[in-house]
Structures are given as structure tokens and as C-alpha cells.
Design a protein around this ligand. Sequence first.
Ligand code: ADP
Length: 410
Amino acid sequence: MDMQTGLHGQAILTINAGSSSIKFSLFLVPQLNQIIAGQIDGIGGEVRFKVKLASKSTEETIAWPSASRPQNHREALSFLIDWLHQFAKDIEVVAVGHRVVHGGQKYSAPTLISDEVMEELDALMILAPLHEPHNLAGIRAAQESFGGIPQIACFDTAFHRTHSFVDDCYAIPRYFYEKGVCRYGFHGLSYEYISDRLLQMYPKEALKKVIIAHLGNGASMTALNNGHSIASTMGFSSLDGLPMGTRCGEIDPGVLLYMMQHEGMDAGQIAQILYQESGLKGLSGGLSNDMRTLEESDLPEAKEAIDYYVKEVKREIGALTALMAGLDVVVFTGGIGENSAAIRGRILREMAWIGIDLDEDRNLNGEVNISSDASRVLCLKIHTDEERIIARHTLELSNNTTVKNKASNV
Ligand code: ADP
């Protein structure tokens, strides 16, 4: 890739560290123009590094120097930062924003990371053992590489902290709630972005009864009343609710007891099945977790996996509508929600009874408004952008920090 990018100025780096990948973006301040987005995946194995410049339409794969295959997030991030220093050498990173999956009951807003915050986040690791350790490894690596610049944690659970006790509890002995066993809800950064866009595009409708369906590899739906989340299909963990690429979605806890008592499985084996081998992949007989592959397949198992998926989305739209006592807007987002006209079409056609009138052409053309002008429920398809929400919060909080630091130096 051409090293002469001509990019210069101050920027915010966003980091989304998953189990074996790090997604990153650079946004110029203060306008937050996104100049670079990319991803390192396969950390610990066959590493790939892909970068997309805002000025070019195609994604490019960058070769690793063969001697330095990163074995962990710290090594991957340090490679990324060296690469950024060379590639965009006139860009000064002034703050780093991190996606953190779990903020527990305490964190209801983005937070400037300090030693005390890191201690508290470490303690939350037991609540999200498959995600949080990677998020925190990303933060530590960025702290080492960037020294004293502000690092901001943006939580996927924060958006749902407006729920009432009844919306968040489980009907098990109350002391479990005190220990943090409750519904948290996830995908909050995506919901926040979509609800902001909705407010800009449809200010009146945005404050009515809204369901946002985030249908990606992970999937959940959230009900918003007056712009606030009142319920979500994901609960204590990111397993609950809708079936996903490889995660099971809602399941009778009796099934887990059966796996333990009659199949002799331990917690690790059950976690492997529920997180990695279930959902679309499990139901399609192992064919694929990718909706595109299932849509193209003639196998009856693939068709049944899609049927189950559509059934669960419809069921949850019904349940969330009941909680809000009505429905005015449905928004689809995420890889499946944004790209599969067939899945959107099926769900909306089969939900006509609720006041939805799908416009087939608008849906097939991928327009934002996919319902007819006569539809009582407005149906939309909006691209989500979690990185932008992280960048926005990071800019706000790091500005406040700079102002405070300046004030305390006076
Ligand atoms: P993540 O939850 O990992 O961010 P995405 O939101 O990118 O994932 O969604 C990824 C999923 O989107 C893929 O697994 C695939 O099933 C689905 N997808 C992407 N493009 C299409 C398409 N054109 N048709 C159907 N499904 C698609």
C-alpha cells in the first residue's frame, strides 16, 4: 500500500478487541471523519491484517513481516501501532476509545479508564469470560503503547441500564440479583448509534414505540420507549434471546441440567456447545453459521435453520410489542439485518397482522424505508456504526479530561 497518504492532524483511535481479532478505526478530530478502518484477525494462528482507507473503495490486505506473527493482543496491537506510525506518520493519536462488552450494574456511561476502573473491570470478568478478558487485554496493550493519553471504555451493557428491576431480574432467589445475576442486555453501542440516527431522520417516530433488531453474527433486539431501552432479548450473557451464528439463543435451563446429569458434560463442554456449535451452525447440521451460505443451500437442514431464525425474530417482536403495548417503528441493522432482503421480507410479511405493510421494491432495492406509505408501522433498514459512537464518546470525555487537567494546573 502507498505509504504517502497525505494524512495529518490529530485523531482518535477506536479499538474493538475480540477473542482472536482486533478491529480498529482512526477518526480525525474534531469532525470525526473516519480515515482508516481495519482488522487484524487470526491472532495466535494464521494472522491477517486488512485495512480500508476512507479515500479508497477497496479493502487491502497488508502482509505481516514474517518474523513477527503476534501471539497475543499485546503483540498485535504493538504491530498495529508501529504500522500506524509508519503509514500515517503525521497523525497524532490523542485518545483511544475501547469497546468493552460488560460494564456490570455500575457502568451506565462511557468512562475514563483509571487504575481503579481497571480493577473493577477485572472483577467483572466472571460475568463475560469469553469477551471481557480480550477487551481488557486491548486496553492494557494500548496503555503500554500510548503512555498517558486518555483511554475511554464504552460499554455494550450501558444502554440498557434504564430498565426497571422487573425487566432485569430473573425469578430465582433474590440474593442472586444482589450478586449481579440479572439481565444486562448487549449490543448497546449499536443501539445507541441507531437510535441517534433515527432521531435525526425521523424525530417524531424515534420517540414512539421502537424495536431495533441487530441481526449480525451475534443478534439481539431491543424495545425503546421514548428513546430509552426498556427491554432486550439478551440477558445475563450474550447467549439468550435470538439464535445467532453459533450461539443458541433462548433455551430451557433444563436442557443444561440434562447435559450435565445424563451426558456427563462439564461447564466447559456445555459452554463450547452453546457458544460455538449451536445457532444457525448447529441447526443446519454443521453446514454454516453464515446466513449467505444457508440461503444458497438446498439442504432441508439449512431451510429449517432459517425457519427457526425467522420464527424466533417474529416471536420476540411480538413479545417486545406486548411489553410496550404497541409498535410504531421496526429497524433492521447488523450484517443480516442490513444485507438480507429475503430475511427482512419474510419477517415483515409474516408480521403483517401487527400493522406492517412491506414495500417489496423498497426492500429489494435496500432503501432505508422499506414499508409502504400506508404502513401503520414504519420499517427501516439502517447501517450501524459502533466505532463512530465510541469515537464520539471518546472525543467528549477526553475533551473534558483535558479541560479538567488544565483547570487543575491553574
Ligand atoms: P458481527 O456480529 O460479527 O459484527 P456482522 O454484523 O458483520 O457480524 O454480521 C455478519 C453476518 O451477516 C454474517 O455471518 C452473515 O451471516 C450475514 N450477512 C452478511 N452479508 C449478508 C448477505 N448479503 N446476505 C445474508 N446475510 C449476510
